[in-house]
Design a protein around this ligand. Structure first.
Ligand code: THU
Length: 134
């Protein structure tokens, strides 16, 4: 699938740009949106540790800025981990901008892909629907 290959390359390039001097854990993420556009993000840490930003959240921000409405595919890769599962906060952010077809691909250093649906990584997710019913 050519789009997936492009997405993997984009995630790897983003990972190389990560600013992670404190954890030394570089992460890259790339999104293919519902319009067929690619968006990338990397983690950006800060000397005030808690305000660092994860790669997936940066990629979602880029997607919104680029006019995308939904994640079709997101690839996540980390330099030191095999593979890198999105943290809880990133799962919530990904869920907010997903639909039933969204796929989350975790990439290993050997280019293996493990693919999940959002509901597998975040079952019983809090969603915008709950705001109306709570
Ligand atoms: N990190 C991400 O970018 N995405 C995740 O889903 C997990 C963690 C980053 C945050 C921090 O800069 C570093 O990895 C170590 O936690």
């Amino acid at each position: 699938m050519p789009d997936l290959k492009r997405l993997i390359d984009t995630a790897k390039k983003a990972m190389e740009k990560a600013y992670a001097p404190y954890s030394n854990f570089q992460v890259g993420a790339a999104i293919l949106d519902n319009n067929g556009q690619l968006h990338a993000g990397c983690n950006v840490e800060n000397s005030a540790y808690p305000i660092g930003c994860c790669a997936e959240q940066a990629a979602v921000t880029a997607m919104i800025l680029g006019g995308g409405q939904a994640i079709q595919d997101i690839v996540v890769i980390a330099k030191k981990h095999n593979p890198c599962p999105p943290c809880g906060a990133c799962r919530q952010v990904i869920a907010e901008h997903s639909d039933h077809n969204t796929k989350i691909h975790l990439l290993t250093q050997g280019d293996g892909l493990t693919t999940f649906q959002v509901s597998e990584l975040l079952p019983q997710a809090f969603s915008p629907d709950h705001l109306d019913s709570c």
